[in-house]
Design a protein around this ligand. Structure first.
Ligand code: FAQ
Length: 313
């Protein structure tokens, strides 16, 4: 049984923890860590894991309607990758002392969030392009930064995830590029998709830094390495030239080039963002109900896997 450390010991442990953070030494599961750091990670990593898994739903709807065998195979592989990312992240989150069952229960009870962007519908094939290009594109910008996060298991999960995510972004961009080479109707579909996905993709980075209650601790503990606004700007500066290259227009009347690689842009509809993260987006209910149903229907699979594992021991 471990005994609770005395206040003097805690001060010493805290000093050692901060020393490691300052020296860029990763914090590992068996290391002492302040409870607030642990709780912050439990929340962020599990929300990240839920996002990967719930994020399979908008694209999953299109597997049976992909326009060619090639695009079906690519989409299947991509969605399977997202499920795998969820598994890496749940495993990383479990090292913090909370079970996967508990994380799923918090999701089903509406106590855990997942990325707002997955509460929008994928209406047609162009949306699959927009999701890969913009949603995975935004996710990569964030995740590349998170590779340097201070918690070892999270950082290592990010390194693996980023390798796959850049392929996802490219498959989405390829779909958009092909549609822009196609008929007038296909070009209009591609433009309509970017019109609907641009702003939700920008919302993925979270509120402005000045309105982000979690950023201060996250930056101090090097959980986040760059702030929400810095990452959002990076994404905009990288993505606008990609849109222009294939003839798509960014749906922001205030977008303006201010230097070679920088753009000024209009602001997000924060009222819409708050509605979506509080459960009132177009598909929140549908996404959660689907997850609950799939989880219930998959119970026998988990049980069979568990018992076959026991037999091996
Ligand atoms: N959606 O103080 P902050 C992917 C919440 S992976 C929902 O700024 P923080 C791959 C936030 O949780 C995409 N909630 O918080 C893929 C907090 O609420 P809480 C997922 C949001 O943590 C592609 C409150 O607002 N990526 O897409 C959002 O410092 C295609 C205040 O916010 C990650 O999760 C939002 N957009 O910054 C899969 C990356 N923004 O918890 C399938 C890891 C904010 O206090 C298909 N996470 N909130 O109740 C992070 O980097 C951060 O957690 C942020 C939020 C940036 C999401």
């Amino acid at each position: 049984m471990t005994t609770k450390p005395e206040p003097v010991q805690i001060a010493q442990l805290l000093a050692e923890f901060e020393e490691k953070i300052n020296a860029e030494i990763k914090i590992e599961p068996s290391d002492w860590m302040p409870d607030a750091y642990r709780q912050h990670l439990i929340r962020q990593i599990s929300q990240h894991a839920h996002s990967e898994v719930i994020g399979m739903q908008p694209e999953g709807n299109w597997i049976s309607r992909a326009p060619s065998l090639r695009s079906k195979k690519i989409l299947l592989a991509k969605i399977q990758d997202e499920g795998g990312h969820g598994l890496y992240l749940y495993s990383a989150a479990e090292t913090l002392g909370v079970s996967r069952e508990q994380y799923i229960e918090w999701l089903h009870q509406g106590k855990a969030k997942y990325a707002s962007v997955f509460n929008y519908p994928a209406l047609n094939w162009a949306d699959i392009g927009a999701i890969g290009w913009l949603v995975d594109g935004a996710a990569i910008v964030n995740q590349v930064s998170l590779q340097r996060t201070s918690y070892g298991p999270y950082s290592r999960a990010m390194v693996r995830i980023c390798k796959e995510e850049s392929f996802h972004q490219r498959q989405g961009y390829e779909i958009m590029w092909r549609m822009m080479q196609g008929t007038k109707d296909q070009q209009m579909m591609a433009q309509d998709a970017i019109d609907r996905w641009w702003w939700p993709a920008l919302m993925m980075f979270g509120p402005h830094d000045s309105d982000s209650p979690r950023t201060s601790n996250a930056m101090r503990w090097k959980i986040k390495r760059e702030t929400n606004d810095v990452l959002r700007e990076k994404f905009i500066n990288k993505t606008v030239p990609q849109a222009e290259l294939i003839g798509l227009k960014i749906p922001d009347p205030n977008l303006k080039k201010i230097s070679d690689e920088h753009y000024a842009h209009g602001d997000i509809n924060w009222e819409e963002f708050n509605q979506v993260i509080n459960g009132n987006g177009p598909c929140n209910q549908e996404r959660l109900e689907h997850h609950i149903r799939a989880h219930r229907e998959g119970e026998w699979v988990r049980e069979a896997a568990f018992h076959s594992d026991l037999r091996k021991q």
